[in-house]
Design a protein around this ligand. Sequence first.
Ligand code: PGA
Ligand code: ZN
Length: 372
Amino acid sequence: MIFQSVKFEKIKIPNGLTVKCVLRADGLKSEATVPYGTSAGKYEVSCFSNFGLDAAIKNFPDLKGKSFKTLNSLEKEILRYDSERFVKIGGNLVLALSVAFLRLKAKLEGKELFNFFSGKRVPNQLGKVVGGGKHAPKGPDFQEFLIYSDKPFKHAVNLNKMFHKRLGAVLGVKTLDLEGGWVVNLSEEKVLDKIADLRDDSFPEIKIGLDIAASSFYKKGRYYYKNRVIGGKSQLDYVNGLIKKYDLFYVEDPFHEDDFDSFAELQAKSKNCLVCGDDLLVTNPDRLWRAVGKSSCRAAIVKPNQIGLLSKMSEFVKDCKKNRVQPVFSHRSKESFDDWLADMSVGTKMMKMGIVGKERESKIKRLSKIVF
Ligand code: PGA
Ligand code: ZN
């Protein structure tokens, strides 16, 4: 494929500003937009470079006239201009170009984008119903209260929608957070009580999960809750207690992003719960190997822009599957309307995605078209 032009545009998204790549090659055109996060992990690559989005666009190498057969050759060329942290050209720009490249390649070869990612199933939605932490500072300290069911895809999506609506009525609130979760001024245990009551009353098939995003309220050995400050051991006991009390099937980032050992201790104590690493792993195969070595978790968040390189992301997903760690593709809080994440998640069991908001529904719509 011979590149005629690569253009990056700043584009408004519901919660911010991000970058879109427009690629022209072999007489065809393709586009891709990449989201970013509010509670980004400290080991993520630099999404808009260390100098801002304008500088990243300016620093990006001119690839006009160059020819690339594979994504690997494109990534290799890009890595001549920056380190893998993408401090000069920004991981979001690298990823936007890579997705645009694959879309164009799919067109040329008469394929769908998901054909470049392996598997023959679509994931069910791990949906957000209540927000807190950095996504909703007026809400509880935990960032995300999540629901999931094992029902067939479309039925599961409808269940999540109904649950979200009913819960809003139960809580008596109208405000939504960045990812479409309800914002309510209650403690995390009170929120869990409401969710568990609704499940017990009317939704027996629903399972409950959490993204604690603990790094966002951790400082020098302590977890700073609104009404108390606790150490690592108390955090372990507290989360383990919640798992038992509410029969939680999934808990993401219960500890800060360097604490592989506490993750392992919790996973060993709560064998039926999927302890999941997000900020802990940042879609980085090297960090995944550390987690596998210590048995830190049985699930791993996959956010392509945490790592920037799709080759690394695919390696991460493959290594997860090889080591019985469940890969969970995830949206970001500053999400775009683009739906490529859906294609990449094909072959996995569960995808974390908001239940309401057009930028989130676009991925669910795309998955419902793909359903095998
Ligand atoms: P972020 O949050 O997109 O704001 O980083 C999502 C998450 O932590 O899962
Ligand atoms: Zn998370």
